[in-house]
Each structure stands twice: as C-alpha cells, then as structure tokens.
Design a protein around this ligand. Sequence first.
Ligand SMILES: [Zn+2]
Ligand SMILES: [Zn+2]
Length: 580
Amino acid sequence: MLNKAAAKLLEGFADALEIRGANAFRVRAFRNAARQVDALTSDLSDLVNSGEIKNIKGIGKGIAGVLQEFVANQRVEEYDTMRAEIPAGVFEMLKVPGLGPKTVATLYNEHGITSLDALETAGRSGQLADIKAVGPKRQEKLLRELGRFRERTARHLIGEALPLAELLVEHLRAEPQVMEVEYAGSLRRGQETIGDLDILASSVNPDAVMEHFITADVVDDVIGFGSTKTTVLINNGIQVDLLVVEPPEYGAALMYFTGSKDHNIEIRSRAQARGLSLNEHGILDEETGTRHPAATEQEIYAAIGLPWIEPTLRENRGEIEAADAHTIPQLIVRDDIKGELHGHSLWSDGAAPIADMLEAAKSQNLEYFSITDHSGSLGVANGLDPERLAEQTKEISAGRTTSGSITLLHGSEVEILTDGNLDFSDEILASLDVVVASIHSSFNQSVEQMTTRMITAIEHPHVDIIGHPTGRILGRRDGYEFDVEAVMNAAAATGTALEINASPERLDLNDVMARRAAELGVPISINSDAHHPDSLGFMHYGILTAQRAWLRPADVLNTLPVEELLDWLRQPKPRRWIPH
Ligand SMILES: [Zn+2]
Ligand SMILES: [Zn+2]
C-alpha cells in the first residue's frame, strides 16, 4: 500500500519545511497529516481518487493536493525541489536520536553544519557546546548517540533488504539476456542484517543486462556503471552491486560472493589439498592446467568431494565437516510449519480484528492459529484485564464455529512481572489454550534477578512458550542480560518452548542461541508475532534464522499437526519434549 510511503513523505515534507524555517503552523499541519495517513485503514489511492481525502480531519486542501500528486506520480515536485536544495547530510542528521528538526535547522542555517561528519567534528572540537541550541551537556550525549547511530545504520534489516532484492531479481529475470540471476552475500545466507546488497547474474551480453538493471523502479541513483559491475542506490539508501559474469563462471562467482569469508577460506584450503586452485572465476587443476566445470555451485562442491551446502549454513560452524560426513540435518523449511502460536488483534495492540488475522492465517495454509493478545499490566499495548479476556473468549468461541479448516486457539501473551510471577491468576491461565509469557518492562534488572525472573516463569505450570526470550530490538536495543545456559536448561527440564520471534526487528532467539537451545533439548516455537495480517509473512525470516541454527522440523513445536500440538499443550509439566 501507498499509505506508509505517503506518511513518510509528509513527515519528510515537514522536516524539510522546518529546516527551511517555514511557518510553524504549516509544519505542524504536515506532521498531523502524516499521522492521519499512517493510521488510515483504507487505501490512500482510493480515498484520493474518490475525492474523499478532503473529508478526513486534519487534511486540508493544500495537503490533499500534495497527496493527489503523490498518488498520481509517486513523487511531489515541491518536495523534490526542497530536498535538492538542502544537503542530504542535513536529513541524515535528523535520524540521530535526540536531534530534532529545530536543532538541525539551527545547526544548518546558522552554523553551516551539513553532514554527520561535520557534526562529529564540531562535537569533538567542543564547538557544539558553544551553540545555544546544544550546550555542553547535550554535546556529550549527541556524540554518544551519533556513535551508536553510525554503528547501527551501517547495516539494514533483512526484512527491509529481502523484499527489495527479490524485486530487483525479478526485474532482471525479465531481461532475455539474463541467463541466471540471484542475490548473494549475507542476504542469501539469511543473516538478520546486511550491509550492501550483491546481485549476481550470468550473461553473454552484460551491457544489455546493466542497461536494463538501472531502469528498475527502485533505483534512485547510479553510482558506477560498467559491464562487469554496476553500483546503484535504491530508494531507502541501500547500496546494490550488480555483477555480471560469463555463464561458465557463474557457480564459482556465486559461491565467492555468497560467502561467508570463513566458509570460503576453508573450502579453498580443501581444494588446495587436492591440488586444485579455486577462486571467483573457477576451479583449476594446478598440475594439468585443466579447468573444472564451474557453472553451478554443485560442480564446485563436487570437485572437492562434498555435497552442495545450503547458503544458510555457510558460516564455517561445522557445516564443511558435517557435509564431509554426510551428517548435515534436513533443515526446516516454510512448508513444515503447521500453525502459529503467537499473534495479536485489535483487542490489544494489533491492527486487525481476529477474523482478519484468521483469514490471513488460512491463506498461509496453516492448520491452527493462536490469538495471544497482551495482558493487563502492559497498558501501553491496551492489554486485556480478566474481564476483557473473558469477553474475548466469547468472541473466539463464536469465531471457532466459522473458522472452517483452521483451528482457532485462544491464548495470551502474558506479562512476566518483575519477580517472575505472571499477570493472570493460575485459574485464568489454565483456561487458555496457549500461554506465551514475555518480558516487556524492567529490562535493567541485575543478571541474577533477570535469570530468576525468567526461570520462575519457565517453571510455571501453565507457561507453554517464552516469547522473544532476550528482548532485543535489532539496531535499537540490546537484549536484557541473563544466564542463558541456566534459562535454557530450565526450559529443557520443564518442556517449555523458547520462541524464535520471526519479526525482522527481533529475530529473537538469534541463530546461535536457537542452535544451543535445540542442542539442549528445548522445544523451539517459530512465530511471526503478527500485529497485522500482512505480518504473517514474517515467518520466512524466522525460518531463515532456524536454518542458520541447524534446526530440523523435529526441533520445532509448531511443525506438529494440530492434534499432536493440542496433546502437547495439554500435557502437564514437566513435559518431556520428544523430537518427532
Ligand atoms: Zn511481546
Ligand atoms: Zn506479541
């Protein structure tokens, strides 16, 4: 939908206006409109085309005109002009936490600071401390935030990068001169964040491929153009390199650019031991000087006596030895997932009614879907108290009669309180189908307190799953600290599942921790934690993380068919996990 993009545009418009010192009322009008558009439940294009947009509160004639232009052209001239006049670095400064448009406007207009580099230099030299809008105290804080910001923004979330990569690959497939094409790098390995995006194609006519590539809608800027490598920036600031190689080299190049570096080093030394020299162009017998076939990755691995290795495993974490011994497990794939056990609705902080979430789950071919709205003490998420939970039970019971092929489960994402007790009474928890227990507050407890808090929840007789166990938000917040081994051991001993929360902002547990948990015999549950029907697609990212954790379908609770899942949920704890 265009709504999100339009809301972003209005917000950017407001920033640009403020930086240019525009009338405060106009700036505020744009900010209000951005919020209104973001909260719209219907498609913005429909509202614009039918003229209804003018009836929406907070959207006056001027802004309606801007939206009209945006819907028609996907761009707005006045905005583009403003953006072109203000250095890009000024907008980048706005992304640093604690730096609002007002301060940025002062720094730019009165002190000529136009980039993050200039800001940092001014901070280090103490110049910011003398600026009235900043001052010495804020200067220190700004420098700290700036450092963290730079660390974070060097990488992009997989949830942002993957859909764009797929778009670009699809765009390239439409060009008849392209023979093979795939995205490579850390994205192909399913890493949670990526730096630059690498796409690899094979063709005998690379110029035609490059010409076609830069016509993709998402391409914003062409930074470098050549027949072997072209570099562009796409609309959200990700840098993309397209490499085009000759078809006989494609496998060697794909392997090289997929990495990881550690995996490739190990593979190369294995090749060397066999008298073969391997690089991104192919594989050569050093004694006879003959070239081995290298058009596919399979051929390369075969030349050194190995079966093909899944990209998600290529981290040199034992996969080469396992491939050699033929002990690489059958990795879980999306189709193994039979249901989801953690999802939200309008009852708490979700964006859709239960019925819509259920429809979305059906279209994902799930056998069961669990509504687990927040519990009462999470006020910010409109958590349910016992009365509202009882009302919700009625709606869910009614929903069950119409749910058809999918089983609707009633659960709760219940708050783990600071002492490890839960937000609902045992009696209420016992009445629910599924209990996901999560921490959303008091992250700063000591390691001991946090460990006790988690283990207490894990040992609770009615807790089935611990949601997003470390609480991290990628790029924004580290997880809280606790004794991971002790918590995992408690989960294994009680048969309590730990979640891989598949939301791309979380991916929590991460790959390394999920692998360790499965080794210890902890059941893993992979859930989208969807707050919107579209977010059920997050499962894909959870699966990639699970593959990186070497998980088999048998390690994952929600690969169980509905009857077996219900049996598992009904078993009293300590519940023995039996891999199937
Ligand atoms: Zn949660
Ligand atoms: Zn949740």
